[in-house]
Design a protein around this ligand. Structure first.
Ligand SMILES: Cc1cc2nc3c(=O)[nH]c(=O)nc-3n(C[C@H](O)[C@H](O)[C@H](O)COP(=O)(O)OP(=O)(O)OC[C@H]3O[C@@H](n4cnc5c(N)ncnc54)[C@H](O)[C@@H]3O)c2cc1C
Length: 307
């Protein structure tokens, strides 16, 4: 119930307008966000690298409806990949297609993405296309394949959500294509016809998809994006069962979620990448983090009471 309510509120304009006015809400959101500027994100990346962790930097924003705004997003990503290279960081970047104008037109979105991928390729930076709600799954897969197959970018990856009923087929195809895939559970409000409503079914799907993908021939590469101890244990079992070499996978977690476990995994020899969001448009991202773990609401309530 609480999860569904928070996910509904994550896309509701009235709560966004009300909450983002308060500095306590901003302070609480900063638990999951590196800060509002690129400098904040670069600083967080440096700190992570000092602990043996890698970063993927996400300039926060989604559902942009003005073309001029999407051009500004492209300019920010271009500056970001140049900064990553100039500072000698090992970071990649992540982005959302509705931040690049997918709600305006698919052609505009593709032009914007090509401009970012070109700059990123010149700077030797990998780009992952985040997956948004199921309304965008088909388009996102189509655009990913166009970038890779038509425009020949080899620095692009995609996300698959284990909660979607269609993902088994998508993962099978992506494995055969040798794609670079991030597997996560899925963070949006979806109807039961489209996504498994029960956590047990989502977890079982995650394990099934992960095992099948890890058993696929190279160059398929899997980013295992989870904080769930059972999923981590299932991944380790799959590495052993299929003798998967470490060049074929990495773990990924979110900035501010289980930081001690992030360091522990890196210390035990795994490649671990942290998703580091930055920017002013933190509201929907923050609400999805609250929805994932209603206990996080207490941080929010404490900040509200203590302000
Ligand atoms: C690197 C990365 C990229 C992602 N990209 C996408 C994407 O493109 N599209 C998409 O739909 N989703 C994305 N997600 C979110 C993902 O779909 C899940 O919603 C999120 O990771 C929670 O699922 P979980 O696997 O950690 O398992 P859960 O079963 O949700 O959580 C397992 C345990 O992890 C801890 N935990 C999980 N979430 C939190 C939190 N927010 N705060 C504190 N503790 C928590 C708790 O201890 C919890 O018991 C991404 C996640 C990661 C890690």
């Amino acid at each position: 119930m609480i999860r569904r309510l928070l996910l509904y509120l994550s896309s509701a304009d009235w709560t966004k307008r009300a909450l983002t006015r308060f500095s306590f809400a901003r302070r609480t959101a900063l638990r999951f966000v590196a800060g509002e500027t690129m400098d904040d994100a670069i600083q967080a990346t440096r700190a992570l690298e000092q602990h043996g962790l890698l970063a993927t930097l996400d300039y926060l924003g989604e559902s942009v409806l003005e073309e001029a705004d999407t051009r500004a997003v492209v300019a920010t990503y271009q500056a970001l990949v140049e900064r990553i290279q100039r500072e000698g960081l090992k970071a990649s970047v992540s982005l959302k297609l509705t931040h690049l104008g997918l709600d305006i037109s698919e052609d505009l979105c593709k032009d914007n993405l090509r401009a970012i991928l070109k700059a990123a390729q010149a700077c030797n930076v990998h780009v992952t296309i985040d997956m948004e709600s199921s309304a965008y799954t088909e388009k996102t897969l189509r655009i990913f394949r166009a970038m890779r197959d038509t425009f020949k970018f080899d620095n692009v990856g995609i996300v698959i959500q284990a909660y979607l009923r269609r993902s088994e087929q998508d993962m099978r195809e992506l494995a055969a294509e040798g794609a670079h895939v991030r597997l996560c559970k899925g963070a949006y409000l979806e109807p039961p016809e489209v996504a498994f409503p029960k956590k047990d079914d989502v977890d079982a799907s995650f394990v099934r998809l992960m095992r099948a993908f890890l058993n696929a021939p190279p160059p398929a590469y899997l980013c295992i994006a989870t904080h769930d101890e059972n999923m981590i244990a299932a991944a380790e079992a799959a590495f052993r069962d299929f003798e998967v070499p470490p060049e074929r996978y990495e773990f990924q977690m979110l900035y501010g979620v289980r930081p001690a476990r992030q360091r522990e995994l890196a210390q035990s020899g795994y490649k671990v990448r942290i998703y580091v969001p930055f920017g002013e448009a933190w509201y929907p991202y923050f609400m999805r983090r609250l929805a994932e773990r209603p206990a996080n609401l207490w941080f929010f309530v404490r900040a509200l009471v203590g302000r």
